[in-house]
Design a binder for this molecule. Sequence first.
Ligand code: ARG
Length: 299
Amino acid sequence: MKKIYAFMLTAVVAASAFAGAAFAEDATEAAAADWRAELTTIEDGVLTVATSPDFAPYEFYSIDENGNPNMAGFDIALAQYIADYMGLELSIIAVDFDGVLSELQTGSVDLGVAGLSPDPAREAIMDFSDLYYMGGQSLVTVADKAETITSFDDINSSEFTVGAQTGSIQLDLANQYTPNASIVAMPKVTDIVSELLADKEYAAFIETDVAKCYQKIHPELEIVLDVPYDQAGSAIGVNKGNAALLAGVNEAIAAALADGSMSQFVADANELATGEKYEGLLDEAGEAVTEAATETAGE
Ligand code: ARG
């Protein structure tokens, strides 16, 4: 199967290089039609997915009644739906967000499902599925600073520390809208929120629905500005060049949107996210790291 696939890839590359885009489109359509026959994954029979569980309601750990952290969120439910749809077993790898990008870059995973924005700058290292969710971008601060920010200009100088997640489009947005601020990149959204609460960052660029989720635990957080961004919505990052996998993922997404599953996943995730949860990576024993655990268990 690998050989056929390699041939197909060559055909697509050759087509776009020599015969123009029309033929390339035909080849892609052919792959879309019989992706099941062509499907290859990193590990046979398994769909390997990287995610960054610091991002409720997209992905996080929900703590069950026995105190055990279980990966949850609508991205995780969608990943399971896609695996089932393709007849594969789901295997999830939890890493920081920049790790999701590098796992895709090195081709170590089949998919990155992490509220990924289909940023054209990432197209060199992954293919993007169709959009499965529409979100937005926000500038967030804490209540006692909220009134001081009415535009990006108010924080666009070096005395203001502005946070964003490492590798994220929020970091690009920080550089775009507040280029003169002291911009700090942090590996986890959890870290950014802690810094805001500890008065170490003045403001931060965060995905709107994620900010709203953190707000439920920390009501002192305030969304002060809507951040304009062209690539609205989330897509799945797909192992680059795997046309059959991409076609299968798109078909599964279309099915999840059409049969009501996706809206159910979003509703369930938002509901779970208001319960006891943990965001960030687990320690080596698979336990929630205590400091953040108290942050979710308390209050
Ligand atoms: N949408 C943003 C991006 O693609 C942030 C995604 C962060 N995801 C996460 N699970 N922390 O850059």
